[in-house]
Design a protein around this ligand. Structure first.
Ligand SMILES: [Zn+2]
Length: 110
């Protein structure tokens, strides 16, 4: 995070004790996080991939000076916000070493 200038932009890191998502980015709070149970369960290479994925969002934020996200609409109501994984984000992700950037990362914990 230091290497990519993320901390210098006011974005901090925290661990989450939550098994449903590998990594997190909270726009308003300027926080990036990783899931403790998932990080413990997967191979280190995958952890690095998850970190780079989230760092790419944070760099995207610092480049644009805003978070770029969409809302999931369900039954006509805004449900959940998710960060955009478009070409701009993919190019950032590739530039920091994520070979195949995808919106989701498949995790097998067996
Ligand atoms: Zn993402």
């Amino acid at each position: 995070m230091l290497q990519h200038g993320i901390l210098q932009k006011g974005i901090s890191f925290r661990w989450e004790d939550e098994p449903y998502s590998c990594g997190y980015c909270w726009p308003e709070e300027k926080i990036m996080g990783l899931s403790i149970p998932i990080v413990k369960a997967v191979h280190q290479n995958l952890v690095e991939e998850i970190i780079l994925h989230e760092i790419a969002h944070a760099i995207d934020y610092t480049n644009q000076n805003r978070w770029r996200y969409k809302y999931v609409i369900k039954n006509g109501r805004r449900k959940r916000r998710y960060l955009i994984h478009d070409k701009v984000w993919r190019d950032i992700a590739k530039s920091i070493g994520l070979e195949y950037p995808t919106a989701t990362i498949a995790v097998c914990t067996e």
